[in-house]
Design a binder for this molecule. Structure first.
Ligand SMILES: [Zn+2]
Length: 415
């Protein structure tokens, strides 16, 4: 990647932890210091600064996962700039922040994933021997923040190893630069690697040629075999064309089973084959997400997915996770419980690319074939649905209390 222009958004009080640097061998750095709790009120100012200085991406010193909740998602959405963060993810986040910042500056060539680091406590159940049935699911990890790799990833790889699960990691090229050969390392460990943006930028709104070139750069830079992309919330019709042009087989999209008033919205689990001018691409729905949801909700989403799969005779669903969230010490116990729950179901965990149907399918040959374009950018959600399953029924009270809590907290997600 060329040398990027980075606007660091840091809090005044963290200044002492971060060595003030303007120029650096790896990045062109510009600083913006303010109180983090006011950040969302300074969006026009940040935007102006970014435009005037041709900034490529925002680098947050903190993120939403720490104690108090600042709305950096709003800053990202409204400036429409790519982003990463060197925020800590655990209680000692200030120490971690300083260490992640140092890694960001130096891009250490000799870094290594220490998988014995902070192995989670708890019972050490081994993975079940033979899968009990033919159903499968994929664990998807969006990897875009520095502490993701430094702290979250070793713990999660450790857990995945214990259950012998193979997962799919969507990795930004920025992280592959800060931690050289990150993509290759995950690939060598037997996991699937997919693209997630050069630096989590918005592709939507750019013309097709520019998008195709950007995607080509992502693929070349990661340098491993790649078949899929995750640009949820950051892509448009041109992106689908650009993916096909680059020979990619699939992309994931948001079909998450949000709980709506009385029941879970039940979107389809079926992959959709989209025909473009240059080829065919599978649109793969993600129906379960851990980000911002309690373990109770996540389990209900999984059970709902399983029932939906039986109804559609399609025995696979996808779960979206984030190492900075699921790999922090506050959530790690729940992540372990989730993997135990999945292991107990007897389903097999496989990377997304192992579930892809044959691209050469002809119309009419298969139930999952949709010709032409469908609106996958705003998945149709059930506005009001009557409870149809046990989880709908049991979810009503809990989910609605959680929904009210979320509104009060004004939390909004970025993927
Ligand atoms: Zn992401």
């Amino acid at each position: 990647m060329r040398k990027l222009k980075v606007l660091i958004l840091a809090d005044q009080k963290d200044r002492g932890l971060l060595d003030g640097v303007g120029q650096n061998g790896n990045w062109d750095i510009l600083w913006y210091l303010d109180e983090y709790k006011n950040l969302h009120k300074k969006i026009p100012e940040i935007k102006k600064l970014a435009v005037e200085n041709h900034i490529d991406l925002l680098m947050y010193a903190r993120n939403d996962q720490i104690g108090e909740r600042y709305s950096i998602a709003k800053v990202t959405r409204q400036t429409r700039l790519g982003y990463s963060s060197f925020s800590g993810i655990d209680e000692n986040y200030a120490v971690q922040m300083a260490e992640c910042f140092r890694d960001f500056l130096n891009c250490p060539a000799d870094w290594a994933v220490k998988s014995n680091q902070a192995a989670p406590a708890g019972n050490r159940k081994q993975a079940a021997g033979q899968p009990k049935n033919e159903y499968t699911y994929s664990l998807i990890f969006d990897t875009e923040q520095i502490a993701c790799v430094k702290y979250g990833l070793p713990r999660l790889l450790n857990l995945l190893d214990r259950y012998q699960f193979k997962a799919t990691f969507f990795v930004t090229n920025l992280l592959n630069t800060v931690y050289p050969k990150l993509g290759g390392l995950l690939w060598q460990a037997g996991h699937e690697v997919g693209i997630h943006g050069l630096y989590h930028e918005y592709l939507s709104g750019r013309d097709r040629r520019e998008q195709a070139e950007t995607i080509k750069e992502m693929l070349e830079d990661l340098g491993v075999e790649i078949t899929g992309a995750n640009f949820m919330g950051r892509m448009d019709q041109n992106t689908i064309e650009a993916l096909a042009q680059n020979g990619l087989c699939y992309f994931t999209y948001d079909a998450i089973f949000h709980h709506r008033r009385l029941a879970y919205a039940k979107t389809s689990l079926l992959p959709r084959l989209l025909k473009t001018a240059t080829g065919k691409v599978w649109a793969i729905p993600v129906t379960v997400s851990t980000y911002g949801y309690s373990l109770f909700t996540v389990k209900n989403m999984i059970r709902t997915s399983i029932r939906q799969g039986k109804k559609e005779q399609y025995p696979h669903f996808n779960i979206l996770c984030h190492p900075f969230r699921d790999g922090n010490l506050r959530n790690l116990g729940n992540t372990e419980k989730l993997l135990e729950f999945l292991n107990g179901l007897g389903y097999r965990a496989v990377p997304v690319n192992e579930t892809l149907p044959d691209l050469s399918l002809q119309p009419g040959d298969d139930r999952s074939y949709w010709e032409g374009s469908i609106n996958i950018f705003n998945p149709k959600r059930v506005a009001v649905a009557w409870p149809a399953t046990r989880d709908d029924l049991f979810g009503i009270l809990t989910e609605n209390i959680l929904a009210i809590y979320k509104v009060l907290r004004k939390g909004r997600n970025v993927y």
